[in-house]
Write a protein that binds this ligand. Sequence first.
Ligand code: HEC
Ligand code: HEC
Length: 390
Amino acid sequence: MKEEQKKAYKRKYEQAKRKGVKFWPDIIYKDLLVSFGIFILLVGLAAFVGVAVEPKADPSDASYVPRPEWYFLFLFEFLKFVPGKIEWIGTFVLPVLVILVLFALPFLDRNPLRHWKNRLTGISIMGVVVLGMVGLTVRSVLTTPKKEEAVASTIQEKYALGEDLYSVNCVECHGPDGEGGVIAGVEGLEGVDLKSISSRDEIYTRSDETLAAIIDYGQQDQGMPPFGLAYGGELKKSEIDALVMYMRYTWDDRVELPSDAASAGAIPELSAEEIPSYEVHISRLAKRYCISCHRPGKENNNYLMGSYQEMLTSGDNADHNLIPGDLDSYLILAINGQSILDENGEEIIQRMPPTKMMKEEYIHIFEVWVLNGMPETASDAEALTVQGQE
Ligand code: HEC
Ligand code: HEC
């Protein structure tokens, strides 16, 4: 080090000393203030903001994405580059080596000058380490698989989701209202008489956990299939929860659905002058009473009811199923309990739904819809109502 530089440092040191700032109590006092401030801040954050709690640990939840705390992400990401067999090199040897290098840094770079431009060795090593950590952290965040999207968050959405799932997965055996009865049209269970799962005896005595467990693993010795992903089914944990919630709110008269959610699943009533539409009425009725069989992969004469187009155009008897203005349309006859015979007197379509007739008022909605030419949207139906009144 050059002589005059040394002198300059000495001078500064002397000056500071003369000012008379002491570590105890001057500096300690400042430290105390700052740490107290931070302490208050933390208490405040903990009390008023808090940390989002993850859901309870669930061994059957195959969709959980485990990740370490953010400050360990770089180590976690680094591990991905190390083959499993030599994991110990990635978890132990290399990190320790890097730490040792950092320890050795002051000895490797013995340059006495302070300005960073004069400390290229030290700065470069440190820079590589810091950039590596930041880079790995960023990469880890970017490559984190998306957590299963919360399919539904509000009660209303969950209830509606539960209702949809129930109609697709459960109606064909348990009936639209969980009433049970003799199963028709389900392979292997033909003629089996199911007890009600919606009666007080059932729903009062089953907790939400029990219901979720029954849906998750099924009761295979009795013919109830498993629905949980982990047991070969197709339903995620959150979907099973939505189903249970739907069952609880619909069948258990001790609990009441919050009023804003009640409208989500309800089939809107038809007022005297009103013309129903696919959008508002029919799609919901179809979902609740028909879709469990009238979807791809089921026996249904190729008649699908997933959308307006499908309802109007699919089916072996597409030309007869829905004829505008005609109450002899096959669909209307079938939901009125009549079976449809071909010219040889063979039954080609049984009554619909085969297990149990819909309520009179729902059949009426289908009829008014067909009489008015099957409008698709609410505004189409509205337009027809206005025309009718003129
Ligand atoms: C393939 C037909 C079938 C399907 C589909 C089906 N179940 Fe079942 N379920 C059964 C049978 C069979 C039983 C056992 C017999 C019994 O309890 O009457 C049963 C039993 C149950 C029970 C327990 C009844 C009790 O008290 O022991 C519940 C709850 C239940 N099912 C709910 C559902 C839900 C919710 C769905 C839709 C996700 C569903 N089931 C789909 C056939 C089915
Ligand atoms: C339990 C299963 C099941 C349910 C629920 C069900 N269907 Fe069907 N549907 C069938 C089967 C199976 C057929 C094929 C004909 C037959 O076997 O009767 C069919 C055929 C039909 C057909 C004739 C299609 C064609 O082109 O030949 C119509 C129309 C129909 N169903 C309407 C409905 C309506 C409307 C609902 C709801 C209110 C409904 N179905 C509910 C099982 C079901």
